[in-house]
Ligand binder design. Structure first.
Ligand SMILES: *[C@@H]1O[C@H](CO)[C@@H](O)[C@H](O)[C@H]1NC(C)=O
Ligand SMILES: *[C@@H]1O[C@H](CO)[C@@H](O)[C@H](O)[C@H]1NC(C)=O
Length: 392
């Protein structure tokens, strides 16, 4: 008899354990007071959903149904979260306040900070940046503008199928984070909007960006100091300034960029294609182990470019050279058309020349005329067919 009781208790415990580990709880922002009219501030309801999800013993889904939800600056802080499985399921659009000053004076509009194990599926972010761009293009004294979505000091984050339109400044920033996976994003802003970079990654490792369509007024993807093990694949870029490692080396004590793969990217009408850019200033930064592979250029001004003499307005760096050492960079399978004669430009630091630069299967044209390449302070080699003929 006792034995049977024991067995049934164990059995009951097992059932409880498995059912609880599978249990999941949903928080619908509408039920927490959010309004889907795009006019009523729903910040509180979203924060309440987050706090409840964080305190939940079960995996939690925050559901944002169709409609438009006005959000002020909002921080989803994971510091005291005991839940490592929080999913945002977004069918609606999150909209910034119509007065750009409200979020424009802070760094970020929507921020995830110290989170671990967050997934964001779907949704659109509308930063309503057009008014601020007009202000910036016409005058000084405008607020600097907010990043639409920042992932900071976080790990194990997945963002799938999210769209971002008309951010005030950068659309997405990944900062001091680890193991972040971005897939199927669509990012749009006008081609002449200032500083509306699509995705900026810095001081982070293990970031993957795949299947994104990005067209903005600045870099489609920009890669800042301290980036390691970054994988970028299947991107359509344009309009915009291309995919850029940099600007780097603005300060002396700077972490390097290493192990970056950029694969299967189509650039259309962009200012640059594959770019590495550093300030002409002393720095102990570096760029190493970079593979650019299988890129298509359509009418791109600078398809392949290393520029180590960045010094806007010739201020703060005249007569200086970059201290950033660039090494082991491969361009393999780069084809298409250049909008300028110099389709390949390597303008490296005379103090720390670029080394290990490899061109392999490059075919770039310039209308009916031959495209050209230019080299300064660079050492490397070529494999297979390379057009324009290499100056390495
Ligand atoms: C380089 O980064 C990739 C991810 O992008 C990673 O899989 C690989 O292990 C890294 N290589 C080294 C040597 O760290
Ligand atoms: C190279 O890029 C093209 C699109 O531009 C794509 O169709 C093809 O699959 C890519 N090849 C490899 C080996 O990734």
């Amino acid at each position: 008899m006792e034995k049977i009781t024991m067995i049934s208790v164990v059995f009951l415990l097992l059932v409880l354990f498995f059912s609880s580990s599978k249990a999941s709880i949903e928080y619908n922002v509408l039920k927490l007071g959010a309004k889907s009219n795009g006019k009523t501030d729903s910040t509180k309801a979203f924060l309440q959903a987050w706090t409840s999800a964080c305190n939940s013993d079960y995996s939690a889904t925050i559901h944002v149904p169709r409609g438009r939800y006005l959000l002020n600056n909002i921080v989803f802080n994971g510091q005291d979260c005991k839940n490592y499985e929080i999913t945002f399921q977004i069918e609606g659009t999150l909209v910034a306040p119509s007065d750009y000053n409200i979020i424009g004076k802070s760094q970020d509009w929507i921020k995830f900070k110290d989170v671990n194990g967050v997934k964001i599926y779907g949704g659109t972010l509308d930063g309503r940046g057009t008014g601020l761009w007009t202000c910036k293009l016409a005058s000084k004294g405008c607020p600097h503008g907010a990043t639409s979505l920042k992932i900071g000091n976080s790990k194990n984050v997945v963002i799938q199928g999210l769209s971002s339109v008309n951010s005030q400044k950068f659309h997405i920033v990944i900062h001091e984070s680890e193991n972040v996976y971005l897939q199927g994003m669509t990012i749009t802003a006008s081609g002449n909007s200032p500083n509306t970079d699509g995705i900026h990654v810095e001081a982070s490792k293990g970031v993957t960006i795949t299947e994104a369509d990005i067209g903005t007024g600045d870099d489609c993807i920009s890669i800042g100091p301290g980036t390691k093990n970054l994988w970028i694949e299947h991107i359509n870029c344009g309009p915009g300034h291309g995919i850029s490692i940099g600007s780097l080396g603005k300060v002396f004590n700077e972490n390097g960029v290493q192990n970056v793969t950029v694969k299967t990217v189509a650039f259309t009408g962009t200012q640059n294609g594959l770019r590495i850019k550093t300030w002409a200033r002393p720095s102990k930064g570096f760029v190493r182990h970079v593979l650019f592979e299988n890129a298509t250029m359509i009418n791109v001004e600078n398809p392949v470019i290393i520029d180590q003499n960045y010094c806007p307005g010739r201020q703060n760096c005249p007569n200086q050279v970059s201290g950033v050492k660039i090494s082991d960079v491969t361009y393999r399978g780069v084809r298409g058309s250049s909008a300028t004669e110099f389709a390949v430009k390597f303008d490296c630091s005379s103090k720390k020349p670029c080394s290990g630069i490899i061109l392999d299967k490059v075919h770039l044209t310039y209308g009916k005329k031959p495209a050209r390449s230019s080299c300064a302070s660079v050492d490397g080699s070529t494999y297979n067919e390379v057009q324009p003929s290499s100056c390495l």
